[in-house]
Design a protein around this ligand. Structure first.
Ligand SMILES: NC(=O)c1ccc[n+]([C@@H]2O[C@H](COP(=O)([O-])OP(=O)(O)OC[C@H]3O[C@@H](n4cnc5c(N)ncnc54)[C@H](O)[C@@H]3O)[C@@H](O)[C@H]2O)c1
Length: 349
């Protein structure tokens, strides 16, 4: 492998340019080619990055011998096909979230990458963000006690997608953070929701994740809300964390609050004593662009051959939950179990 890694990016719409900008800024990396079916987007990319070679044809870049890695940032329905073509051509592959339209397809991508000894990474960007990493440290230190439940809200007005519902669009972020914090996949899912604007495409959903240790998480996603909300609350047996990603600096607050049921109480006044109110604090968080950390991590994994923190298997786990949420939606919110064996072949014995 050369000192310089040559990267190609497919999809130059809203998100692709952020990936191109970050890969271009990294040492030892060159964005050699960009691909889009929209010529105007290609012209725009060429204006911003005169050295890149634009193309409208995916085959041009997957069969370019100089390309080491391919980044897929297109609409979700193309992720599986483009990911397969990239891996089959022997390229390390980065696929944006959600990894593919079905868990079976994710599994095929995982298997192929493993067989060909290629790095397969998924764009679960929040796992590379300072606040989420800090929350993970706090949780793992035991400071907040046992996690009792996590509640997440990701709401705003639009952007309405045409091929996926709001859960597939917004909840991958919440799900990936929740699995990262809890370190285990759920055993079952319930999801309710409704389509108001486009028939058959839910614009508001409410998902519950149930874990084998009794853990519980709720995710509310909406494109039909007057407020932009990006909030996650992690309730521990000792303390509680509020993570507000809309805050410019003070994104995490840790509250020394809890409720302990007293062993015996005779009056309501006595019951009040079981509420604990202590101090709150706001940790300092270094400002780093998560996408910069994420793109650097992809290059590091290619060079070292190590497994990405957001590997194909992590992408599969998130898609399994999304798929189960769609099944549950169709069945009016019924419980749908998760097949935890899918993808297990990748785990060490
Ligand atoms: N990680 C994050 O935080 C984050 C944020 C936003 C979007 N995303 C993900 O990025 C992906 C792209 O989302 P977006 O908002 O940029 O979508 P978009 O619709 O704005 O852009 C997609 C681009 O892909 C191009 N395209 C379509 N078919 C193509 C093909 N066959 N070959 C080449 N190009 C093709 C389109 O012309 C368009 O320019 C999605 O998977 C989305 O979920 C991730």
């Amino acid at each position: 492998m050369n000192d310089i890694l040559n990267v190609a990016v497919i999809g130059c719409g809203y998100w692709g340019p952020n990936l191109i900008r970050n890969f271009s800024s990294l040492q030892g990396c060159r964005v050699k080619r960009v691909c889009d079916v929209d010529e105007k987007r290609l012209e725009h990319m060429k204006r911003l990055y005169p050295a890149v070679e634009p193309t409208g044809n995916v085959d041009d870049l997957v069969h370019d011998k100089e390309i080491d890695a391919v980044v897929v940032a297109t609409p979700v329905h193309l992720h599986y096909d483009l990911g397969m073509r990239s891996l089959l051509a022997g390229k390390h592959t980065f696929i944006e979230k959600p990894m593919a339209p079905s868990a079976t397809q994710c599994n095929e991508l995982v298997e192929l990458a493993r067989k060909k000894k290629l790095t397969l990474m998924v764009g679960h960007t929040f796992i590379y963000s300072t606040p989420v990493r800090r929350i993970k440290e706090i949780v793992d230190s035991g400071e907040i006690g046992e996690i009792q439940y996590i509640s997440s809200r990701r709401l705003n007005l639009g952007l309405f997608q045409k091929d996926i519902n709001v859960a597939w669009d917004l909840a991958p972020h919440d799900i990936s953070i929740i699995l990262y914090l809890l370190g285990r996949p759920p055993v079952s899912i319930n999801c309710q929701g409704k389509a108001h604007v486009n028939r058959d495409i839910e614009d508001v959903t409410n998902m519950s994740l149930n874990f084998d240790n009794g853990g519980f998480a709720i995710i509310h996603s909406s494109w039909l809300d007057p407020n932009k909300v990006r909030e996650m609350v992690i309730v521990g047996s000792k303390k509680m964390i509020v993570y507000n990603d809309n805050e410019p600096l003070e994104k995490i607050k840790i509250f020394d609050k809890r409720v302990e049921a007293p062993p015996h109480y005779d009056t309501f006044a006595e019951f009040q004593y079981s509420y604990h109110y202590g101090d709150a604090y706001i940790p300092y968080l270094k400002q780093v662009e998560p996408l910069k950390v994420e793109t650097q991590h992809f290059l590091d994994c290619i060079r070292s051959g190590s497994k990405p923190e957001t590997s194909g298997l992590d992408g599969l786990r998130v898609v399994q939950i999304l798929e189960a949420s769609s099944q549950s939606l169709k069945r009016g919110g019924a419980v749908v179990n998760i097949d935890r064996k899918l993808g297990m072949a990748e785990l060490p014995a």
